[in-house]
Design a protein around this ligand. Structure first.
Ligand code: HEM
Length: 485
C-alpha cells in the first residue's frame, strides 16, 4: 500500500516524465540569468524562482547544456550515492581539459573507489592528524605573529599562506623554500584557467594554464621518482608520511596490472590540490567575516577557546588534535559558516542511463546539477536561512544529515573533510585567543567562485594591548543578515 501511495504521489507530481522547466533561449538557454544571480547577494534566487514555478526539481539550459537542477535533498542523496554507477562527473570543457581524464575528480568506477579510499583513509588517520596538528599550529602562529606589524591585513591572503603550505605538506611533504614557492606560483597560474573559454592556442588563458601544468608535472615527477627510489631502498613499512607515500606503497604492493603508473600518481597529486587550495582559506575568511558581523557569537567563541587555552597553560600540556575538535560551540560556528558560505555550491553529474528518482525522469545523456546551496538556504529546513546563527546547530544536530552537504556526499564525499575542519578549528582557536579585530566593509561575491570582493581587510590588535573599553565584542552587538553585507 505504501509503495502504491508513493507511486501515485510521484505520478501526480510529475507524471514520471522529465521535470518541468524552461530551456530558455537557443544556445544560451538561461545562462545569463544564472550568472546574473551569481553577482547578487542571493545567488540562490535563480533556483528559488524556478522552484516556485516548476517544483523542487526542474529542467533548464546552462552553459551550453540542457540540465536538470535538483534542489531536493532526497534526489540529491540518490545522485550522490550513485548506486549502479549511473552518474559520472560532468565539468565544463575548460576544467576537463586541465584535469586530464585520469584525475580523481573525473575518473569513475573501481579506480576512483580505490584512490578515494586510500587518500580518505590517510587523511582521516589519527597518525596524520597528530602530526599535522603541530604543523598547522606552527603555521597559524607564524602567520598571526606577522600581523602585529601590519596596519591593515587581508584575511583572504593571510589564510592562503597557512593552508597552501599545509596542503602541499600532506600531499608530498614539500616544506617552505624555493620548491614551495615554485609550486605556489605555477599552481596559481594553472587554476586561473579552470573557468575560461575552452580555446587553446598560444596566448589564450587555457593554453597558459596547460603550460603551467606541464611545469608542475615536471617538478612533481622528479619528487615522485626520488620518493619511489627511497621507498625501494629503505623498504619502509612504517606510517606513510603523505598522500604520495600512500599511493606509491599501494602501487608497490599491487599486482603488476593493478600498479598505478608514476605519471598517474604525479598528475593526481597535482589535481588533488584543486579542491583543497581555495576552499579551506575561504572557509576561514568567511568565518572571520560572519563573526565580525555577529559579535555575540564571536564573544562566545572567544570564551570557549580562552577556557581551552587556560586549561592547556595550567596543565603545561601541548594541544592535540582532539582538543581543537572538542569545543562544541566552535564546531557549530564552523558548520554554520560552511552552510552559509556554500564554497562549493553544487556538483554536476551526467546520467549514463535513464533513471527515475522520486518520479522525476533523468534521461540518459542529461546533466544534473545537485544544488547544495538551494538546500542550505531553504527556509523549510533552516529557519531564517540568511542569518548567521551557530546556535541553530544545538537543535539541528544529525537531523539535517541529507540537508547539510558542504563536502558533498556518497561515493565522492570530500576526503579532506576532517582535515579541513581541523585546520579551521586550529585557526579560529589561535585567532580569537590572540586578537581582536575590526573588519572593513566588504562584500561576498559568488561568481564564478565564492570570494570577498576586497579580500576582507581588517585591523587586528593583540588582546594584551587592548585598552579596557575596547574589550567588548567588535561591531554593533547584533548578528547581521548575511545577504545584507
Ligand atoms: C572547506 C573545505 C572543503 C570543501 C568545502 C570541500 C568540498 C568538496 C566537495 C563538495 C567535494 C565533492 C565533489 C564531487 O562530488 O564531485 C569534494 C571532493 C574532494 N575533495 Fe574536498 N573540500 C574541501 C577541502 C578539501 C581538502 C583540504 C582536500 C585535500 C587535502 C580536498 C580533497 C578533495 C578531493 C581529492 C575530492 C575528490 C573526491 C572524489 O571525487 O573521489 N578537499 N570536496
Amino acid at each position: 500500500l505504501c509503495w502504491y501511495y508513493k507511486m501515485r504521489e510521484n505520478i501526480e507530481r510529475n507524471r514520471g516524465g522529465v521535470p518541468k522547466g524552461n530551456l530558455g533561449w537557443p544556445l544560451i538557454g538561461e545562462t545569463l540569468d544564472f550568472i546574473a544571480s551569481g553577482f547578487t547577494s542571493r545567488p540562490v534566487s535563480f533556483m528559488d524562482k524556478r522552484k516556485l514555478l516548476h517544483g523542487k526539481v526542474f529542467k533548464t539550459h546552462l552553459l551550453g547544456t540542457p540540465i536538470i537542477v535538483s534542489t531536493d535533498p532526497d534526489v540529491n542523496k540518490v545522485v550522490l550515492q550513485n548506486i549502479g554507477h549511473i552518474f559520472v562527473p560532468a565539468y565544463p570543457k575548460s576544467i576537463r581539459e586541465l584535469l586530464g581524464e585520469h584525475s580523481i575528480l573525473q575518473m569513475n568506477g573501481n579506480l576512483q573507489k580505490r584512490v578515494h579510499a586510500l587518500i580518505g583513509g590517510f587523511f582521516r588517520s589519527p597518525q596524520l592528524k597528530t602530526r599535522i596538528t603541530t604543523h598547522i599550529k606552527n603555521s597559524v602562529k607564524i602567520t598571526l605573529a606577522s600581523w602585529q606589524d601590519m596596519q591593515l591585513l587581508h584575511v583572504q591572503e593571510e589564510t592562503k599562506k597557512i593552508t597552501f603550505e599545509v596542503l602541499v605538506s600532506v600531499l608530498m611533504s614539500v616544506g617552505p623554500g624555493e620548491d614551495l614557492d615554485f609550486l605556489k606560483r605555477e599552481f596559481e597560474e594553472f587554476i586561473k584557467g579552470l573557468i575560461c573559454l575552452p580555446v587553446k592556442f598560444p596566448g589564450t588563458r587555457l593554453y597558459k594554464s596547460l603550460k603551467a601544468k606541464e611545469r608542475l608535472l615536471k617538478m612533481v615527477k622528479k619528487i615522485v621518482e626520488e620518493r619511489k627510489l627511497a621507498i625501494e631502498k629503505t623498504d619502509r613499512k612504517g606510517i606513510p608520511k603523505d598522500a604520495l607515500d600512500v599511493l606509491l606503497r599501494d602501487s608497490e604492493e599491487a599486482s603488476e596490472n593493478q600498479s598505478l603508473p608514476l605519471d598517474f600518481i604525479g598528475g593526481n597529486i597535482i589535481e588533488m590540490m584543486i579542491p583543497g587550495e581555495e576552499t579551506v582559506p575561504m572557509a576561514m575568511t568567511l568565518a572571520v567575516k560572519f563573526l565580525s558581523d555577529c559579535p555575540v557569537a564571536l564573544h562566545q567563541l572567544m570564551e570557549e577557546n580562552m577556557e581551552l587555552k587556560k586549561q592547556k597553560k595550567d596543565s603545561g600540556e601541548d594541544y592535540n588534535w582532539t582538543d581543537y575538535l572538542s569545543l562544541p560551540f566552535t564546531q557549530n560556528v564552523i558548520s554554520e559558516t560552511l552552510r552559509l558560505a556554500n564554497i562549493i555550491n553544487g556538483v554536476w553529474r551526467k546520467a549514463l542511463k535513464d533513471i527515475d528518482i522520486k518520479g522525476y525522469l533523468i534521461p540518459k545523456g542529461w546533466c544534473v546539477l545537485v544544488s547544495f546551496i538551494s538546500v542550505h538556504m531553504n527556509e523549510e529546513i533552516y529557519q531564517n536561512p540568511y542569518l548567521f546563527d551557530p546556535w541553530r546547530w544545538e537543535k539541528l544536530g544529525a537531523a539535517v544529515n541529507n540537508s547539510f552537504t558542504p563536502f558533498g556526499g556518497g561515493q565522492r564525499l570530500c576526503p579532506g573533510l576532517e582535515l579541513s575542519r581541523l585546520e579551521i578549528s586550529i585557526f579560529l582557536h589561535h585567532l580569537v585567543t590572540t586578537y581582536k579585530w575590526i573588519a572593513s566593509e566588504d562584500k561576498i561575491v559568488y561568481f564564478p567562485t565564492v570570494k570577498m570582493k576586497k579580500k576582507l581587510p581588517i585591523k587586528a590588535e593583540t588582546l594584551e594591548v587592548l585598552s579596557p573599553h575596547q574589550k567588548g565584542a567588535t561591531g554593533n552587538g547584533i548578528c547581521t543578515i548575511a545577504s545584507k553585507q
